[in-house]
Design a protein around this ligand. Structure first.
Ligand SMILES: [Zn+2]
Length: 239
């Protein structure tokens, strides 16, 4: 349902928007299947995963994009505000792509990631954990959306969209490392994001804010991506 709503809103904004969303999804799914067993073995005890959750994840990742694209289409690309909103919509999707690519490619690294705040090594899959290959993947994911938008004749400055997407993915890491709910499994004596650990133990709150789950962090990241891209275009830094 969430995916259908996001898809329908994008297509209503214009076929180019719908096509870009589909390209984003197809690549995200392909990347998540890339050496997936290996990634699950590394991050499975830390990361929350599940069928029903994926729908909420879709809305959290694509909701801002679809809504802003609809409003941008209503304004029309010829008007200055329409152009700013177009960049905002692309910035939101670029943030999602940047974060997804960083997660899927960065978690293949053999060495553990480092906390974006303290730069100390953290277990693979930990929110706020980054590495160089993941950060390069952020830029690549944001560039994919910016270039895809340009190829589909969606009128927005490419550099503003890339910077917005990168900023959104960094915001995702910072909020993930600070505000996001952190949990603890008493049985395994290990930190996790899962409400019920792989061992079956119900985990307990160990830091961050309980209400701030991964979906809310993704939503904040797409809002940050949209805002940065819009400000860069609005301030005429990139046109
Ligand atoms: Zn456990």
């Amino acid at each position: 349902m969430a995916a259908v709503a996001v898809g329908a809103a994008s297509v209503a904004a214009g076929w180019a928007w719908g096509a870009l969303l589909i390209a984003y999804f197809v690549l995200s799914i392909a990347l998540s299947r890339l050496r997936s067993e290996e990634k699950r073995a590394k991050t499975g005890s830390v990361v929350e995963k599940g069928g029903a959750r994926d729908a909420i994840q879709v809305a959290a990742n694509g909701g801002v994009f679809a809504l802003v694209a609809l409003v941008a289409a209503a304004f029309g690309p010829g008007m200055p505000l329409g152009r700013t909103l177009t960049a905002a919509a692309l910035g939101a999707l670029a943030a999602s792509a940047a974060d997804t690519w960083a997660t899927e490619i960065g978690s293949l690294a053999s060495r553990p990631p480092r906390s974006i705040l303290t730069w100390r090594p953290v277990p693979a899959g930990t929110s706020g954990g980054v590495n160089l290959i993941g950060m390069l993947a952020m830029v690549a994911g944001a560039t994919f959306v910016a270039a895809g938008g340009r190829a589909l004749a969606i009128d927005a400055p490419v550099v503003a969209v890339i910077l917005g997407g990168f900023a959104g993915a960094i915001a995702d890491s910072v909020v993930g490392a600070t505000l996001q709910d952190r949990r603890w499994c008493d049985t395994c004596q290990t930190s996790t994001e899962r409400a019920v650990h792989g061992c079956g133990t119900v985990t307990r709150h160990a830091g961050g804010i309980t209400a701030v789950d991964n979906d809310l962090v993704n939503l904040i990241a797409t809002l940050a991506g949209a805002t940065v891209a819009a400000l860069l275009v609005h301030s005429a830094l990139f046109s």
